[in-house]
Design a protein around this ligand. Structure first.
Ligand code: MN
Length: 254
């Protein structure tokens, strides 16, 4: 089985090394192509206005001066002699839960793989700035990764779908298990805009993630993480809101 690894935290991110160790339990044919710098929040963006540069670090390890989508595109169209059987994206530093998934470069890299018809899975390690001294408990992902991935390797994946995995912010031995759950949602518009003054006296603005509120429940990924479970969520690329098709079409009847 040939596996392509990518992420949005960059080629040197600790989470990518964790993912590599997880992937090595399944295969020794592992390719890596990731952004050269952190691209968290890049979503599904594709670099169009400037060239992308490629750097080779090893026989099957590359980085690109672009987004996670650029990295997957380069791997599939330029670097790999044959398509991979599996694309793994992550392990992201931080959650990709609820309606955050469209901001996520980690999830978008898996979207890109799904578009190419390849089995694709995004993995993220949730961390809590309270109580864990800002440490990201990647041990949790490393311990649970194999157990979560093994059943996904021969599970049927519908065309244009992918799987989003989040590991809870707990030591591995405190995780209660694995739940397959739907995508949740936040209750309010995301985040905050922090204003400051730069050393030359000019204002700057920095988007923060605090202040996001959500109500776990709804049998969602947010609830599974809050309850101490690994959350496994199948996602689809088709954003169509089915229930609105007919009522909207009726608006155009003459
Ligand atoms: Mn990230």
């Amino acid at each position: 089985m040939r596996i392509l690894l990518t992420n949005d935290d960059g080629i040197h991110a600790p989470g990518l090394a964790v993912l590599e160790r997880i992937a090595e339990r399944f295969s020794d044919d592992i390719w890596i192509c990731a952004p050269d710098e952190e691209q968290s929040g890049a979503g599904h963006s594709l670099t169009l206005n400037r060239p992308v540069r490629l750097k080779q670090h090893d026989a099957r390890r590359f980085s690109v001066t672009g987004t996670p989508t650029d990295a997957v595109t380069m791997a599939l169209k330029k670097l790999m002699p044959a398509p991979p059987d599996l694309i793994l994206s992550g392990v992201n530093r931080g959650a990709n839960l609820g309606d955050d998934v469209t901001y996520s470069g980690t999830v978008a890299a898996a979207y890109e793989g799904a578009l190419a018809g390849i089995r694709s899975i995004a993995l993220s390690q949730v961390y809590s700035s309270e109580g864990m001294a800002d440490a990201v408990p990647f041990d949790c992902a490393e311990f649970w990764g194999e157990r979560v991935l093994a059943p996904l390797l021969d599970a049927p994946f519908a065309p244009r779908s992918l799987v989003n995995v989040n590991f809870p912010p707990l030591p591995a031995e405190e995780v209660k298990g694995i739940r397959v759950v739907r995508q949740g949602f936040h209750d309010y518009a995301r985040g905050s805009v922090v204003e400051g003054t730069d050393p030359r006296g000019f204002s700057y603005y920095w988007f923060g993630l605090h202040g996001i509120e959500h109500t776990p429940g709804h049998a969602s990924d947010l609830e599974a993480i809050a309850d101490g479970y690994v959350a496994v969520t199948p996602l689809q690329l088709d954003f169509t809101h089915e229930a609105s098709l007919t009522p909207l079409a009726e608006r155009y009847l003459v």
